[in-house]
Design a protein around this ligand. Structure first.
Ligand SMILES: [Zn+2]
Length: 308
């Protein structure tokens, strides 16, 4: 018997249902886009939860806790172990701003919770779409968790402040359609300039990223006399050798910068190797999104955020 892979439609349908009607539309759109992009890379992923009401949160918080009341009701449930320290209102799920995901077996029947390369790749896709990942937290790692807070605290949200979330789905470089052609063009250029032999498939995956880094390392050696291994792996040596690329710059390094910005969802409006206004705006927007100094000059820190 031939085993068929789970359909994208199935994963999208289940994910949409699991996110609930209280999910923020931008979070929902971005989550579904993440499922789609992962699918293109052969990674099957499903969203297990999105919006969770205060009552549902109280029920979770009451697990394994004695005498826990919320809204005049007893939510204590000692038959189950403790699962969360978040009381109602203390989770971005309660405001429809967070999702959890898991990997699905190829036939779509089983959930796989192993945090491996696939799992991390999904997180990376989510991050490129504007999510913050619980796996990056330093105190407590929440690997299935992705959120878009809009910079708001629980108390601001509780008080009714609405987050201003901007969807990256339509600007996302990996969306099907015309953007796809730009990625193909980048892939073709990398192959011809640096002999990187990547597939011209129009999707931004790990191989294209590696090829970009190889191109960057090649240029550092050629133009700046750096002596870096051209291995496509971002490390401290490559970072240290990174030049400051700013308005007025021209050439292959600027091209690589523009391509990387584009692939990360910050369109420089022209991938032509000429650092003009559009590139500067894209660099600043990218720096701001990554929480680094938004001076519009791409140096070691900016390239690390792009390639690291
Ligand atoms: Zn979560």
């Amino acid at each position: 018997m031939i085993k068929l892979a789970v359909k994208l439609k199935t994963l999208l349908g289940r994910s949409e249902k699991n996110m609930g009607s209280g999910i923020h539309p931008v979070v929902k759109e971005s989550a579904l886009e993440m499922v789609k992009q992962a699918y293109q890379e052969g990674i099957y992923v499903e969203i297990s939860v999105g919006y969770r009401s205060m009552e549902e949160q109280a029920k979770l918080y009451g697990q394994g806790r004695l005498g826990y009341n919320y809204g005049g009701k007893n939510y204590s449930d000692l038959s189950k172990p403790k699962v969360t320290d978040a009381m109602p209102g203390q989770s971005y799920h309660n405001y429809g701003l967070a999702i959890d995901y898991f990997i699905v077996s190829d036939d779509g029947r089983n959930a796989i919770w192993t945090v491996d390369a696939k799992w991390r790749r999904v997180a990376a896709i989510g991050k490129s779409l504007g999510f913050a990942w619980g796996g990056d937290w330093s105190d407590f790692k929440d690997y299935p968790h992705l959120e878009m807070t809009g910079g708001l605290t629980y108390s601001q949200l509780k008080a009714g402040t609405k987050p201003n979330l901007i969807s990256k789905v339509n600007s996302s470089a990996t969306k099907k359609g015309s953007s796809n052609q730009s990625i193909k063009s980048i892939q073709r250029t990398l192959n011809s300039r640096y002999n990187t032999k990547i597939n011209i498939d129009g999707y931004y995956g790990p191989n294209t990223k590696k090829a970009l880094i190889k191109g960057f390392q090649t240029e550092l050696n050629k133009q700046y006399g750096a002596k870096i291994n051209v291995d496509g792996i971002w490390g401290p040596q490559t970072k240290a050798a990174s030049p400051n690329v700013r308005r007025g710059a021209k050439g292959n390094i600027t091209y690589i910068l523009q391509a990387a910005l584009y692939l990360e969802g910050h369109n420089p409006h022209g991938i032509d190797g000429i650092f003009g206004n559009g590139t500067e705006i894209a660099v600043k927007a990218f720096q701001k999104a990554k929480g680094i100094s938004a001076d519009g000059i791409a140096g070691g820190n900016t390239f690390t955020k792009l390639f690291g």
